[in-house]
Design a protein around this ligand. Structure first.
Ligand code: TXA
Ligand code: MG
Length: 338
């Protein structure tokens, strides 16, 4: 295996055997990058305590170093090495970890500036995917991992997505099948436990977090902050994010007279399958409009449509709140021109 060869042609895909987990732990301990499955999206992981390895994540993704990384842990005991947890964090961990929730907390001095973009806080998550948990346990390291996509492109929800877009820049991809949730984790800022704030909506909802903490949960970045403070309070706020190359137009509701008779080189993406016989440029995320299934299929479908040569993608927003908010957040970013 020439995994660390400089002339590497393409990443190797690993099935989740015990031997492969040991091989990939060894690669992580050597400071190499490994793409990993999580229940949300695939991540591009490196030893979070190795600044050089973390720097390589930014290079591989083409990501600006001003956009900090999420650190993944196997168990609660690892958190103290990275962050200063408070009671709110303990309550949320009890309720939602392992799972699709990331908490922003004051960092310890063991976490290098490259991980946090120089911020005094760190984002931490305990993922639920079985294979990723095995790898975290085996290597014994906290793993920094942003989504495993080139910066600004649609997040990957299969190992194949990772191979297609980063396969020439990384050596190892752990294949854990399609991601169960399909949208990135909910990020909650807990630096002030009395005023928790959702920085990115995900499968864990504002209401669920409020129920556990018993306080009001704020959403979005605080008003009146100048853009130079953005990294500190506003992750993923770079608006153009998750974007296909094909222009995306959003619609609250798409009416039948809009898509019937539209040119064949424009795609129409619905949450639910429209009734009746459909032309070939009509797509949907779930036949019956189940939002969990729609979330799971969103990024894969955007990639598929992006590769199909359409001139434009018209997308209908999801109805309702909670998971719909998370889906619509990604659709808005996909459609953002700026
Ligand atoms: O589901 C997920 O969260 C996936 C999987 C791989 O775990 N990861 C993910 O990472 O979506 P990424 O890098 O694509 O998005 C992480 C976001 C970034 O937008 C970053 O700005 C924010 O987390 N973030 C990281 N550290 C932060 C901090 N200290 N304060 C505020 N935001 C932070
Ligand atoms: Mg990302």
């Amino acid at each position: 295996m020439t995994a660390s060869s400089k002339t590497r042609a393409s990443a190797r895909l690993y099935r989740g055997t015990a031997l492969n987990i040991r091989r990939l732990s060894a690669a992580l301990r050597r400071g190499e990058l490994v793409a990993v499955p999580t229940e949300t999206v695939y991540g591009l992981a490196a030893d979070a305590l190795n600044p050089k390895a973390c720097r390589a994540i930014f290079t591989a993704k083409g990501r600006p170093t001003a956009d900090p990384l999420i650190v993944h842990i196997h168990d609660w005991a690892q958190l103290g090495q990275l962050a200063q947890p408070n009671e709110a964090a303990a309550q949320l961990a009890e309720a939602f970890w392992p799972g699709p929730l990331t908490m922003v907390l004051p960092k310890t001095d063991q976490v290098d500036d490259i991980v946090t973009s120089g911020l005094p806080s760190v984002a931490v998550r305990m993922p639920g995917h079985t294979l990723f948990r095995k790898l975290l346990l085996d290597c014994g390291l906290p793993l920094a991992a942003p989504s495993a996509n080139p910066f600004g492109y649609v997040s990957p929800t299969t190992a194949e997505h990772v191979r297609i877009s980063l396969g020439k820049r990384i050596g190892h991809i752990l294949d854990g099948g399609p991601c169960r949730i399909g949208l990135e984790s909910t990020i909650v800022d807990l630096r002030d436990p009395a005023a928790p704030r959702i920085l990115r909506p995900g499968a864990i909802t504002r209401g669920q977090i409020a129920d556990v903490l018993g306080v009001e949960v704020l959403v979005g970045r605080p008003k009146g902050r100048s853009s130079e403070h953005l990294p500190q309070v506003a992750p993923g706020l770079l608006k153009r994010h998750y974007s296909p190359r094909t222009p995306v137009d959003l619609h609250e509701r798409i009416h039948e007279n809009e898509w019937r008779g539209s040119p064949a080189d424009e795609a129409w993406l619905f949450i639910t399958r429209p009734a009746g016989r459909l032309p070939r440029n009509i797509f949907w995320l779930d036949a019956r409009g189940d939002l969990r299934a729609a979330a799971r299929h969103l990024f894969g479908t955007l990639r598929q449509l992006d590769g199909a040569g359409f001139r434009r993608i018209h997308a209908e927003l999801a109805p309702g709140h909670d998971l719909a908010d998370a889906i619509n957040d990604r659709l808005r970013r996909a459609a953002s021109k700026g």
